[in-house]
Design a protein around this ligand. Structure first.
Ligand code: NAD
Length: 513
């Protein structure tokens, strides 16, 4: 914990504030105000102080942004892959030059410790831009060939048009990168709606695209509420595809609206990742992995370790050591060098997390945490790292996505049982298996139903590999070459090679020959 003397002045914490003097909408390469008539305040979750009040985007602003993206589409999609690749390389380099500004803005609006944004959010974003710069030149498909003896067939991989993307507040910068980069690398143009709580880094990201020479209108940002700006973007007739990351509940609504207008749909939804520790695991590695994997981004990570299943012989020691490690994690000001864990994104989110834990007290044991800290941190949206034991598999704390620094731990006996319990929630985004036996670990990777299974680690992601869910965690992949499947459409082109007027197959129409 840090004394108030360590607190940074608002201006130091947010040197980018002046950039938003004109508003927090970014359409056709310019900042502007929303026109919904309703305002929203971005609040520093570490203090509860208002940082910036802005006017939310309304449906007219969405219309303007979609029109700008539509106008930019022919030029952008008509360029060569090499030209788009060059632009994305420049984009990566502008993002790298602006790393410090991006890290500070992300830390301020989300409450993430600066070491996290500097070492994870921002470098990950720069690496994604560099990856998609290369990937833009590697759109792959089936090779052309004479699959029918009389024809030559080939596949064109074409952009879809204007993409409408909606992002959550937990990783605003990386979500902007995951949505925008594959979309524009493939030749689409985009309108991104960040979460109302956390608009700054999506806007700085879009501004960096302009600075890199990406034409106006290719990347647009509308900052509005989900109900009006979000739904209007999903339903918009000029938007060809919806890419959504957020909760499963909102994802269902988005799916209904997108289906009504027959759009391509990509859904990255909630998670409740299991963390399965077999009895031959390296316990030291497992407890460190569990604490880091559960607390990353204050637990507001869709792949965070949330359910630890520990085989009976290791269970007691796992609980004890995990609780001890959790209690030593330093909560504090996100901008102070000695801080490990920041607040949650908002006081409302903190209260939601606390309510889950409070309800669980009726049927489970809170081993450590389970409260907000007092003292200097009392004004912020902080919550202590929390370990819950003794809950039943079908209880709320085991089944529901909490999205906070809360890990629940359960014992299991046989390997079959461990894998069965791991699969026993509606979600299937990510999981990890901990074992030194290659056969056991390999079995877990095959049988756990999730879009990502780590072995002896939990959390790392890389630009080259896909991220996306199974089951109620959604469908479609972010990052990697697989995201081109989402952001391109495949056209079969077939040439006749015979040059004859009366083709064989015409006899189905022209009588018996
Ligand atoms: P949320 O679903 O409440 O909101 C996500 C976005 O949807 C926001 O921009 C919001 O304004 C918008 N929205 C809300 N209602 C809408 C509507 N009716 N129509 C259109 N848009 C609407 O989620 P959140 O609370 O911002 O984020 C947390 C959730 O995101 C968690 O469930 C988490 O698991 C999920 N998430 C998933 C991934 C993934 O890759 N699978 C990544 C990050 C977060």
């Amino acid at each position: 914990m840090h004394s108030p003397g360590h607190r940074f002045q608002a201006q130091d914490r947010f040197p980018a504030r002046d950039r938003f003097a004109a508003g927090v909408q970014y359409v056709a390469g310019r900042f502007g105000e929303g026109t919904s008539g309703r305002t929203h305040a971005v609040v520093d979750p570490s203090t509860g102080e208002e940082i910036l009040r802005y006017e939310l985007a309304g449906t007219d602003d969405v219309d303007r942004a979609v029109a700008a993206a539509r106008a930019a589409f022919p030029g952008w999609s008509g360029g060569t892959p090499g030209e788009r690749s060059d632009a994305l390389h420049r984009f990566a380099s502008v993002l790298a030059d602006r790393a410090d500004e991006l890290a500070r803005a992300e830390s301020l609006q989300c409450g993430k410790p600066l070491k996290l944004t500097r070492e994870f959010d921002v470098p990950g974003t720069v690496d994604n831009a560099a990856f998609f710069a290369g990937a833009a030149r590697h759109l792959q498909g089936q090779s052309a060939g004479e699959y029918s003896g009389d024809h030559t067939s080939y596949v064109r991989r074409e952009p879809i048009g204007v993409v409408g993307s909606i992002a959550p507040w937990n990783y605003p910068l990386q979500m902007a990168a995951w949505k925008v980069l594959p979309a524009i690398a493939a030749g689409n143009t985009i309108v991104l709606k960040p979460a109302e709580l956390t608009p700054f880094t999506s806007l700085l990201f879009a501004e960096a695209a302009t600075e890199a020479g990406i034409p106006d209108g290719v990347v647009n940002v509308v900052t509005g509420a989900g109900r009006d700006a979000g739904e209007h973007l999903v339903s918009h007739p000029d938007v060809a595809m919806t890419s959504f990351t957020g909760s499963t509940a909102v994802g269902r609504r988005v799916a209904e609206l997108a289906t009504a207008t027959v759009k391509r749909l990509h859904l990255e939804l909630g998670g409740k990742a299991p963390f399965v520790v077999f009895d031959d695991a390296d316990l030291e590695a497992a407890v460190h992995g569990a604490v880091a994997g559960a607390l990353i981004n204050t637990g507001q990570d869709c792949t965070a370790a949330t359910r630890a299943y520990v085989q009976r012989p290791l269970y007691e020691e796992f609980v004890e050591r995990t609780a001890e490690l959790m209690a030593g994690v330093r909560l504090g000001d996100p901008f102070a060098p000695g801080t490990d864990l920041g607040p949650l994104v908002s006081h409302a989110q903190r209260d939601r997390v606390a309510a889950f834990v409070d309800r669980a007290r009726a049927y489970a044991r809170v081993v450590t945490g389970g409260e907000a800290p007092g003292g200097d941190l009392a004004k912020g949206a902080y919550y202590r790292p929390t370990l819950v034991a003794g809950a039943a598999q079908d209880s709320e704390i085991v089944q529901a996505e909490i999205f906070g620094p809360v890990l629940v731990v359960l014992p299991f006996d046989s390997d079959d049982e461990g894998i069965r319990l791991a699969n026993d929630t509606p979600y299937g985004l990510a999981a990890s298996a901990w074992s030194r036996d290659v056969y056991r670990a390999n079995r877990a990777t095959r049988e756990i139903k999730a879009g990502c299974v780590w072995v002896n680690d939990h959390i790392p992601i890389i630009s080259e590999m896909p991220h996306g869910g199974y089951k109620a965690s959604g469908f479609g992949k972010d990052m990697s070459a697989y995201s081109f499947e989402e952001y391109t459409q495949i056209k079969h082109v077939m040439f006749d090679n015979t040059a004859v007027a009366r083709k064989d197959w015409h006899r189905t129409i022209f009588g018996d020959r």
